[in-house]
Design a protein around this ligand. Structure first.
Ligand SMILES: [Zn+2]
Length: 228
């Protein structure tokens, strides 16, 4: 039997026992069928969505690769690109065979399922792509609920660190606010109120308790150094 490269790879990797397989079904992440009263399956991780989306974009307009990405041809080239560039071969090393006979997975039932799967891929190469999640629909998804790098960061990564010490207060001359606001327009005893208040601000500055000398313990009643 002469098979295309994808079907041949499936046959060689997943077995070739010749038993009839009923109800073969290939969905994303799973190929399943009934063999001699057992339910046998091959489970596999999906190619990460962003990988397949990038691959899909790359194949657009590239004749043979485009046909392969659409599952209309078995292409060693597409498999090579996925393997070499993305470490995501169509037939990865960690396929999980299962069977209801004893769960060991390498029974005649899974090997028969492997053969049926290979023949299905020969007829419909898209079946192998679908099994790995390499579908046109998934290529066009903008965001998929997959764990990304941010989601795998440890919890501590999101805890705030120590705040830097506050910058020293801006050294302002006494009565700076008076200078900034300018003349008040209020005349008192022949002078503008702002000019009259300037000596008062200077007096406050001389008697104000320096910040570092306050040493107020939490909960203590805070007496403001500002005069009133
Ligand atoms: Zn079995």
């Amino acid at each position: 039997m002469r098979l295309g490269p994808w079907a041949n790879a499936v046959l060689e990797r997943l077995g070739d026992a010749e038993l009839p397989v009923e109800g073969l079904e290939v969905v994303e992440g799973r190929a399943v069928g009934r063999v001699d009263g057992c339910e046998a399956s091959f489970e596999v991780e999906l190619v990460p969505q962003r990988v397949w989306a990038a691959m899909w974009r790359f194949t657009r307009g590239n004749g043979p690769l485009e046909l392969a990405a659409e599952g209309r041809e078995q292409s060693e080239h597409l498999d090579l690109l996925l393997r070499e560039d993305w470490d995501a071969p169509l037939l990865p090393p960690d396929v999980r065979p299962r069977c209801s006979c004893d769960g060991a997975g390498r029974c005649v039932h899974t090997r028969a399922l492997g053969r049926a799967f290979a023949l299905e891929v020969e007829q419909h190469p898209a079946a192998l792509l679908r099994w790995r999640g390499c579908t046109p629909e998934r290529a066009r998804v903008v965001h998929e609920d997959e764990p990304d790098d941010a989601a795998t960061l440890p919890e501590e990564a999101w805890q705030a660190g120590e705040l830097p010490p506050p910058l020293p207060p801006r050294p302002l001359p006494p009565g700076a606010v008076l200078k900034r606001l300018g003349a008040s327009g209020i005349r008192v005893a022949g002078a503008d109120l702002a000019d009259l208040l300037q000596p008062a601000y200077e007096a406050f500055a001389r008697t104000a308790i320096p910040k570092e000398a306050e040493n107020v313990s939490p909960g203590a009643s805070v007496s403001s150094p500002s005069p009133d």
